[in-house]
Design a protein around this ligand. Structure first.
Ligand code: AMP
Ligand code: GLY
Length: 431
């Protein structure tokens, strides 16, 4: 069948790469794609912000399954626009369920009614009330724009003064536009972070290999937050007991509550988790695959991704799991026993402003233990140039985490472009 991936980052390259390996698939498209997706897929020009245009393309081109990468089209209702008779299927949550990411406030309310452990919080629509509140909160707090802010709407603050600045910037100066009309102020949690992704069919779910993202731009977790500067999987902090605990205290109650509320969740649900002294707590939900987590999760996945997606869409995940006696937290049974590490090569200046159009050289050929997923790249006259903040995801696969990191860093050293920037401590790498 034909499968179309929506998006054009490293995550979508990894999705297209994995989907191309499916026994069911004979054509993959990626809209808009990038300078690397065209090695596994056909890059398609399409207005992906217009749900009707995407559905029309799927109908006209006999696309059996459309897979949505980023959150914006999901929030815009792209899944709702597809025909309900499943003649053309789509993988992802409805706009109503996607509010888990597009309204942090609603997400917190669902967590509260489901009894899911998360940081204490309050929501505000009035700037004066919010300022009043953060002034009286001793110590650290986290101020978040409730709406979508391309990963930039979260301010982790050390003091009431910093939190005041964050509130002013979001609510008064409008740093994130209307996404900041409502904010939430959270208790600041301490611990190590983990990203846990699960494929969900509305009722049942299966957890994918636990990953770890590195969000800060600078080594030693310093500087501003980015979309993610590198990732590893498995995340060794996420023991089997903890994964089971997350299944029981986070995913199971969330899916049940969403179903009871009439917004059943189908697609991939990504829980950003802080492993605190009091156990795992949710930092946020995303309604899509993580970027760069996907680049380390999919190379380890040992089952056909299309099978999993179709089971989810057709609400048959539970039946499949029952047949093989698979429990939600038993991720090892559907993954290779290997390790994967991905290092992001970014443009100097990212996550602020940066230059584009720099020629890239030294790209290695893909091997069984090395693949470079493209993010912000485009092809010009046979060569590849930079076209975004995060440019490439150099990904190593090996029997140990150290070897996977070594493979990724060795290749990362050989790739060159003007302004190349990377973190040298992904996964605790020490060179
Ligand atoms: P989010 O986009 O909500 O995942 O937030 C981005 C990053 O901010 C997270 O990965 C954490 O590093 C940090 N963060 C968010 N919420 C909290 C919190 N309540 N306590 C501490 N750090 C947080
Ligand atoms: N890596 C963080 C995210 O995908 O939101």
């Amino acid at each position: 069948v034909k499968v179309l991936v929506i998006g054009g980052g490293g995550r979508e390259h990894a999705l297209a790469w994995k989907i191309r390996k499916s026994q069911h698939v004979n054509w993959v498209g990626c809209a808009p794609g990038n300078g690397g997706t065209d090695s596994v897929a056909e890059n398609i020009q399409l207005d992906t912000s217009n749900p009707e245009a995407v559905v029309q393309y799927a109908v006209d081109n006999d696309i059996a399954l459309t897979v949505i990468g980023p959150e914006a089209p999901l929030a815009a209702g792209i899944v709702d626009a597809f025909p309900r008779d499943k003649s053309h299927m789509v993988f992802g949550p409805t706009a109503a369920a996607a509010r888990l990411e597009s309204s942090k406030r609603w997400s917190k309310e669902v967590m509260a009614s489901a009894g899911v452990p998360t940081a204490g919080w309050r929501g505000f629509t009035d700037a004066d009330e919010a300022l009043q509140y953060v002034r009286t909160r001793p110590g650290g707090s986290v101020v978040k724009a409730s709406g979508l802010a391309a990963g930039k709407g979260v301010y982790v603050c050390d003091s009431p003064a910093e939190a005041e600045e964050a509130v002013k910037s979001i609510m008064i100066e409008g740093a994130h536009g209307s996404s900041g009309n409502e904010i939430i102020v959270e208790e600041r949690l301490e611990g190590t972070e983990a990203s846990l992704l699960a494929i969900c069919d509305g009722k049942d779910f299966v957890i994918l290999v636990p990953a770890r993202d590195h969000k800060r731009v600078g080594e030693g977790d310093t500087g501003p937050n980015t979309g993610g500067m590198g990732a590893i999987a498995p995340n060794s902090e996420m023991t089997d007991e903890l994964v089971q605990q997350c299944a029981d205290t986070i995913f199971t109650p969330m899916l049940r509550m969403l179903q009871e509320d009439g917004t059943p969740y189908k697609g991939v649900l990504y829980a950003g988790i802080m492993l605190t002294q009091d156990g795992p707590k949710v930092l946020e939900f995303n309604v899509r695959f993580g970027d760069p987590e996907t680049q380390v999760v999919l190379p380890l996945l040992n089952v056909d991704l299309i099978d999993l997606m179709l089971l989810a869409i057709n609400e048959r995940l539970g039946e499949f799991m029952g047949n093989i006696g698979l429990q939600s937290h038993e991720w090892q049974r559907i993954h290779k026993p290997d390790h994967c590490a991905s290092v992001v090569l970014a443009s100097a200046g990212y996550p602020g402003s940066y230059e584009k159009g720099k020629a890239i050289s030294g790209l290695p050929n893909e091997t069984d233990n090395l693949v470079v997923f493209h993010a912000g790249t485009k092809r010009v006259d046979g060569g590849v140039v930079t076209s975004g903040g995060r440019v490439l995801n150099v990904t190593g696969l090996a029997a140990t985490q150290d070897e996977a990191l070594q493979t990724a860093y060795t290749a990362a050293d050989q790739i060159q472009f003007d302004g190349k920037m990377l973190r040298c401590d992904i996964g605790g790498f020490k060179g």
